[in-house]
Design a protein around this ligand. Sequence first.
Ligand code: PEP
Ligand code: MG
Length: 588
Amino acid sequence: MASFTLQGIPVSRGITIGRAHLLRPAAMDVQHYLIAQEQVEAEVSRLQSAIAQVQLDLQSLWSDLPTDAPTELGAFLDVHVLILSDPMLSEAPLDIIRTRHYNAEWALVTQVDALSAQFDEIEDEYLRERKADIQQVAERVLKVLTGTAHQLPRALGVDEQNANMIVVARDISPADMMQFRDVAFTGFVTDEGGPNSHTAIVSRSLGIPAVVGLGNASQLIEQDDWLIIDSDAGVVIVAPSPLLIAQYRDRQALLIKERKKLSKLKKTPAITLDGIEIQLLANIELPEDAVAAMEVGASGVGLFRSEFLFMGRTGSELQLPTEEEQFEAYKKAVQAMKGRPVTIRTLDVGADKPLDSSEHNILNPALGLRAIRYCLKEPQIFLTQLRAILRASAFGNVHILIPMLAHAFEIEQSLAMIAQAKQELLTDGIAFDDGVKVGAMIEVPAAALSLPMFVKKLDFLSIGTNDLIQYTLAIDRADHEVAHLYNDTHPAILQLLDMTVTAADRAGIPVAICGGMAGDIKLTRLLVAMGFRELSMPAAILPEIKQEILKTNIGLLQVATKKILRTYDPKLIQELLVAMRSQEFATN
Ligand code: PEP
Ligand code: MG
């Protein structure tokens, strides 16, 4: 096979060489074939048993619902059971197999398409939206039919021929990425996704080479093809020659050696040449990640993306973690960090982080009901989480961080909910840290433009640059079609950062950056020269950023920084950024 190279968007670091493991296409995208007359009844019973299996699954989900689960969850499952027992779904596809000789998957999808078209005609919006439920139920049946309910690489990272496994997919949801954490694989390649999509974020935090936004890689690459991923360059080389593989193996070895050298800095504090200490913190998605944070010597966790505890929970459409489960998870992270601060961000679901994959069918875009908006609409879910976080605060140094705040009433209501959770715990006689600090994420331009509203009420700020860029520049961070417009040094972004650090300093409260900019070595000098003293990033990147800080003299950067903040010329900004990293400023 001839070798070819694909160019995508780099989202993490390093090089990996291995064989492609293709994830099957989306559930509704099924095989179509005609079956022989004598196979008809076998095909009918194949579909019948898949339907029966899903009925059983739904029933056991029902009986496993925790007692404190919101009542809507039961109702949700009821609807799915009803849909599945309706002859329109349980009988009609069987007739299609009998009359048209379609295979079971095709027959089911044909019937679902017909039903969906009928639903589109319905005037009543509520009823029209039930189309999504039908599709979700059908997807469940399809997953049983195609055996893709739990689709993970068949080998644990290494195949029979001792090659590393690289996952290739059209897209991987953040929830699926979490499953991959338990199954070692050494790289991933996707057709979709932007530089700060949540899938990209998880790959960075796992420290795994990845390239996203490749367009149609999953169609061009075949199962077991040899691949080289050069993450830094955003390049995937398909079917490379043995000579190229050897060259990349050398580069890979060199990178590993450099990383080992950096690990010696673990205990060195991140102090600039002119004596200013920068707190380098880690972003984590699951409590277990705290181990990696400690390994690189992070001074704490600056962002615990708690929603990953809630997403893609197997088996159920909406099986949320209980207070007890959450408490154990938060406590685990807090204890692992041994007294260092752990900033737990409250549930930030929605947009590209749906609560479970079936929600992909529900419109919930970035401008919709996500993060704090969702929590304030679902006060019981929010309260349960706040109680769990507060309980964990008795075991270490916990901060609470609220995502996506934009309105004064959202701040008020969030603080009121925290007060209510505290009151409940007091009444129940359960210990918590009454002095727990509460902070706001600044990730909506409205927040950065109304900072007095925030600094008065909150103990600290943390800038989510991923969303701040998305909302300021009006580009969907997960959409590769607009990834070229994702510009973290756009003057508008730099102004908003500058306004935030200035307002926080004036108010005397700490301000951190926990979005992707904090882990971008090209920006480290600019950010510290602008006055940021806390940067939170994926643990894998932290040692490199520390090394950069150790070679930085903030005093020498002031003139260039002022110039960057004053200019609206993107070219000049880039030139000044490059100059800032030059030898002149890298005084040793
Ligand atoms: C951000 O928006 O920059 C951020 C840190 O939060 P998330 O990436 O999880 O949206
Ligand atoms: Mg965000």
